[in-house]
Design a protein around this ligand. Structure first.
Ligand code: DSN
Length: 419
């Protein structure tokens, strides 16, 4: 707990009120089973870079072409992060400045589209993301958004249907990637479809970037015209975004990020991204990526064995969706019961969901954070049992207390890496 203790003691002197809240959040993270698939646990080295004096520097522009003096060292930091991103993902160019995934997507659209152009992405309720064209997001406000979905029977993408939609709407950008799709995208097929309709293929690999980095998931980089990602999910870095593209699009992407979308880059976050990227050169990270997928499959099998229905029947990546409709339950009540039992999940729409987005019919679970803590197949079996017990006995306070106690025991056996 040394890392946390050190931070809290510095903060405790300067701002005891905030330090007390942060201490409670630390305890929550330490003793809660984190199953939200978009969350993870950054290493102490990532946090060290993030909480550093690099925070103090303004550096609008790109390395060697800044609008401020005193950038000689932050130029090196950013170039290092770019080089590491290119090497890790086999990309020609990396822009490491996006503050988040939605900002990276905004810049990617801006580089290739004019307002009003058509973009075609996966429907939000079929697993897509707000920034892939939702009418409440800039992506659906600035662009003409059209959608493809999953097949009603298989609950997986049907590429003939994607092609049909692409031929029908002729998008400027075909967007692939998702925040709640438990299967693998067929990137060669998507590239063929994009080429056939003259579209730019944009892959948002925010969720599975770490799996790609560790060789546990196919890479979109050889097939896509532009790849966006976040650095805090499976990639296990700081909160942030990134864009990869061929050299031919580098200028357009850089200009779209700054001054198109953002002002000054967050050099402390870029340094932390460099640290996270460097970690992926170590063999244990490839092993981590394989274990994330193996753990997700094991958890999915356990849930199915406990009588729960998973969207598409299982998972090929790090996440899964439980369909609560057969049990007559809704996502919100299940998420709240899980919170009481110290197991964190998030409610989520499922394909063809007729319930509202605020109280949808599914919950989304994933393995990245518990795998970072070192949990393996045995713990996945136990977590499957706990999850199923909670769902099958919803609202039973005795079961909630029992699950909370077992969740705590598991967390104590696999502490956060801040000792
Ligand atoms: N909101 C993120 C997630 O939880 O998947 C995606 O941006």
């Amino acid at each position: 707990m040394a890392v946390a203790e050190e931070r809290l003691s510095v903060l405790g002197e300067a701002d005891p009120e905030l330090a007390a809240i942060m201490e409670r959040e630390f305890e929550r993270q330490q003793y809660t089973l984190e199953l939200i698939p978009s969350e993870n646990i950054a290493s102490p080295a990532v946090l060290a870079a993030l909480g550093s004096w690099l925070n103090n520097k303004y550096a609008e522009g790109t390395p060697g072409r800044r609008y401020y003096g005193g950038c000689e060292y932050v130029d090196q930091v950013e170039s290092l992060a770019q080089r590491r991103a290119c090497e890790l993902f086999g990309a020609e160019h990396a822009n490491v400045q996006p503050h988040c995934g939605s900002g990276a997507n905004m810049a990617a659209y801006m580089a290739f589209c004019k307002p009003g152009d058509t973009i075609l992405g996966l429907d939000l309720s079929h697993g897509g993301h707000l920034s892939h064209g939702s009418p409440v997001s800039f992506s659906g406000i600035l662009y003409h958004a059209e959608f493809y979905g999953v097949d009603r029977e298989t609950e997986q993408l049907d590429y003939d249907q994607v092609r049909g939609r692409a031929l029908e709407v002729r998008p400027r950008v075909l967007v692939a990637g998702a925040s709640a799709y438990p299967r693998i995208f067929d990137f060669p097929r998507l590239a063929e479809i994009a080429a056939e309709v003259g579209a730019v293929l944009m892959v948002d690999m925010a969720h599975f970037a770490g799996l790609v980095a560790g060789g546990a998931h196919p890479s979109p980089v050889p097939y896509a015209d532009v790849v966006t990602l976040t650095t805090h999910k499976t990639l296990r870095g700081p909160w942030g975004g990134m864009i990869l593209c061929p050299e031919a699009s580098a200028k357009a992407i850089d200009k779209a990020v700054f001054p198109g979308v953002q002002g000054g880059p967050l050099l402390h976050a870029i340094a932390a991204k460099a640290v996270a990227l460097h970690a992926w050169t170590q063999p244990e990270m490839a092993d981590y990526a394989q274990r994330v997928v193996a753990n997700a499959k094991r958890l999915a099998q356990g849930l199915v064995a406990e009588g729960l229905r998973l969207v598409s029947g299982g998972t090929d990546n790090h996440l899964m969706l439980v369909d609560l409709r057969p049990l007559g339950l809704t996502g919100r009540q299940v998420q709240e019961a899980f919170d009481r039992a110290r197991v964190t999940v998030n409610r989520n729409s499922i394909p063809f969901d007729e319930a509202s987005k605020f109280n949808p019919s599914g919950i989304r679970l994933g393995s990245p954070a518990v795998t970072t803590r070192g949990m393996g197949p045995e713990q996945m079996d136990e977590i499957a049992t706990l999850v199923a017990r909670l769902i099958h006995n919803l609202g039973d306070e005795g079961v909630e207390r029992e699950v909370a106690s077992r969740a705590r025991t598991l967390c104590e056996a696999f502490p956060l890496p801040y000792n």
